[in-house]
Ligand binder design. Structure first.
Ligand SMILES: Cc1cc2nc3c(=O)[nH]c(=O)nc-3n(C[C@H](O)[C@H](O)[C@H](O)COP(=O)(O)OP(=O)(O)OC[C@H]3O[C@@H](n4cnc5c(N)ncnc54)[C@H](O)[C@@H]3O)c2cc1C
Length: 621
């Protein structure tokens, strides 16, 4: 296992530099995964087109990542290393990820940090100049590299710089404000996409020798999530409709430390980074509906419930564990705040220990964000936080080469299902985007192109024309709708159903009911959708309607997958499968696999075998 990636690389075929320029790769999505893939492939001599639905790659959702990126460098000399990082990640994902992929993630992590430093990312440093590390959930070492609370932004600036270099060299064509509408598949091979120019509505055909999907995660299926408002599932869903398998759709992560929802008009929720839990302590009053201000509640009348239940990891337990524990205290009536759904995240002890200046130095921009939204200064009063949809471990199925089941279709970053199993550990996602985009894909995609050669299908061929016609028809149908429900109203209702029944915990009864409610909502979408505007200009309502249509189908698949998985693992907690003490009960015998759903409803199971680390029950006590 430990040398699998080295062996694999030795066996992967190469293409000579002179021939690479004749091959064309289309990358859909320009976040960290897509941009790093496009820059690296172009650097190697391939012709690359990259598209994003935003006006600049720099606005991709990756920009919002706050806390950091992991690397097994062991700079703190605290016992870290590749094996430990691999073991933490596999265990953190509750043994529902492919062992070899997880090992590679840890193995390549050091190279990723080196590359980012070389690109000029201003990581936090010690006084003497060495890179500084902090801890994230589910680990007992410090391996997270960070740039204050703006790590994603700084990484994206570095990667964007190398992408622009290739744009200026003419090796990359950058298309902004384009939305991929469909994948063109001929004889089981991806040969291009149909995209819509969002500014004036024109549909475009883009052919390619290989297509890379890097369109991020689908937490916005819940409407209110920590993701960017334009994050969506449409690109991966439309690949799924064309035959790509969708894996583990029910593995969705709720982040425990988000600012609670205040009203129905909100369009997103705001994350307060997990890094805060390095210094802050999570607690609730021991007495239900305690009306006193938090600083008036004495120590003896507080329950530091994570420290109490999980002394070994304390406030830095993994997200699924913290979110479930929060739900338990809230259900017991101990929640705080106007809605009674929040718990406190308190810096008082840390303020006494390291002082306010140091705290502001570490978390300044997060404090400012919190104060702007709530009007309270977290250095003086504890933050109020509650779990919110944040990250999706599910996505299009890929093999060890990041290849979907369709030839020449690759999926990278949060859009795939590869590395995080049933629960992602903090700071491992930025890492995955870079490992996939800059290190793994360039090698495996080269191999695939060496095997398949260029496509013989061109954008003027009937297959493209037919696909374009179907897209036009779909848009036309949507624009005819003159009902009384806006796409947002339907999305809001879908989000409520999913948060209630496919949220932090799930039950068979709730999931069946959710499927019925979603079927009704789909009916309403058909009969009562209210559309405005036309297809020949900027029409955000049309964009939204298309995405909501996909979310409705995806929401149903999430329920179906959650129903099928009769066990509790990671973020997937089935109420029927718990110990008398309320801990999740995994069933390795029957569910030690990745569930990969085909569009026709067939379930493919990829069995998970473990060589290096035998599955054990997770124990953070
Ligand atoms: C608030 C927040 C904080 C986070 N903090 C951290 C952190 O500290 N550490 C960590 O490891 N992870 C963190 N994460 C997770 C991490 O940011 C994401 O998983 C990661 O950035 C995803 O990158 P990506 O390149 O896969 O996708 P994205 O960055 O989401 O990029 C997707 C790209 O695809 C484009 N796109 C989407 N659909 C289409 C379409 N149909 N057609 C054309 N283009 C399309 C988008 O415009 C965009 O360019 C955080 C997430 C959130 C929400």
């Amino acid at each position: 296992m430990a040398d699998k990636w080295s062996r694999c690389q030795r066996e992967l075929r190469l293409i000579s530099p002179a021939r690479r320029g004749r091959l064309h790769v289309l990358v859909v999505g320009a976040g960290l995964a897509g941009a790093s893939a496009a820059a690296t492939l172009a650097e190697q001599g391939f012709r690359v087109t990259i598209m994003t639905l935003l006006d600049s790659p720099r606005r991709s959702h990756s920009v919002a990542a706050q806390g950091g990126i992991n690397g097994a460098k062991n700079y703190c000399n605290d016992g870290d290393g590749i094996y430990r990082m691999f073991a933490d990640t596999l265990r953190g994902g509750d043994f529902r990820a492919r062992e070899a992929s997880v090992y590679r993630l840890a193995e390549v992590s050091g190279q990723v940090i080196d590359m980012l430093v070389a690109q000029g990312v201003p990581f936090a440093r010690e006084y003497g100049g060495a890179l500084r590390n902090r801890s994230f959930g589910g680990v007992q070492v410090s391996r997270t590299f960070y740039a204050r609370g703006q790590t994603g932004q700084q990484l994206l600036l570095g990667v964007h710089g190398s992408l622009l270099r290739q744009v200026h060299l003419g090796q990359v064509t950058l298309l902004t404000r384009r939305e991929m509408l469909d994948l063109v598949v001929v004889d089981g091979r991806a040969v291009g996409v149909i995209a819509r120019n969002l500014l004036h509505g024109a549909l475009e055909k883009h052919g390619a020798d290989a297509v890379v999907i890097a369109t991020g995660g689908y937490s916005s299926v819940f409407l209110l999530s920590t993701n960017a408002i334009r994050s969506n599932a449409s690109a991966i869903w439309r690949c799924h409709r064309r035959g790509a398998w969708f894996a583990n759709p029910c593995f969705t992560q709720f982040h425990p430390t988000c600012i609670p929802q205040f009203n129905q008009a909100q369009s997103k929720l705001t994350l307060m980074s997990e890094s805060l839990r390095n210094d802050a302590r999570v607690w609730v009053p021991l007495q239900a509906r305690d009306e006193r201000a938090p600083d008036k509640i004495p120590e003896a009348e507080r329950d530091y419930f994570l420290e109490r239940a999980y002394p070994a990891y304390g406030n830095l337990v993994p997200r699924d564990v913290a979110s479930r524990a929060t739900r338990t205290v809230v259900q017991a009536g101990l929640g705080v705040g106007a809605t009674g759904t929040a718990v406190y995240l308190d810096f008082a002890e840390a303020r006494g220990r390291v002082g306010e200046t140091v705290l502001r130095e570490r978390y300044g921009n997060l404090f400012a964000m919190y104060q702007e939204i709530t009007g309270e200064d977290p250095c003086q009063l504890p933050m109020q936080i509650s779990p919110a949809p944040h990250f999706t471990m599910g996505g299009l199925w890929v093999d060890y080469h990041l290849r979907s089941n369709l030839r020449n279709l690759f999926v990278i970053g949060e859009a795939n299902c590869a590395d995080h199993g049933a629960n992602r550990l903090g700071a491992n996602s930025l890492l995955q985007t870079m490992v996939d985009g800059a290190f793994v894909l360039p090698r495996t995609l080269t191999h695939e192109l060496a095997e398949t050669g260029p496509t013989q299908i061109h954008p003027d061929d009937p297959q493209f024309i037919d696909c374009l016609r179907q897209c036009k028809q779909g848009i036309h149908q949507l624009l005819q709708s003159r009902g009384d429900l806006t796409p947002r109203e339907i999305h809001l209702r879908l989000g409520q159903i999913l948060r209630a029944e496919v949220g932090v915990s799930r039950s068979a009864a709730g999931l069946h009911s959710a499927r019925e409610q979603i079927a009704e909502l789909q009916q309403q979408f058909q009969e009562r959708l209210l559309m405005s505007g036309d297809g020949q200009s900027l029409n955000e309502e049309l964009e939204r309607a298309g995405r909501v249509q996909d979310f409705l189908q995806l929401g149903d698949l999430m329920c179906k997958d959650a129903l099928h998985r009769e066990e509790s693992c990671g973020a997937h907690f089935r109420e029927e499968h718990q110990t008398p003490g309320g801990d999740p009960e995994r069933n390795d015998q029957e569910f030690g696999h990745i569930s990969a759903w085909a569009w026709d409803g067939t379930l493919h199971r990829e069995k998970l075998d473990f060589e290096l680390l035998a599955p054990t029950s997770r124990n953070y006590v």
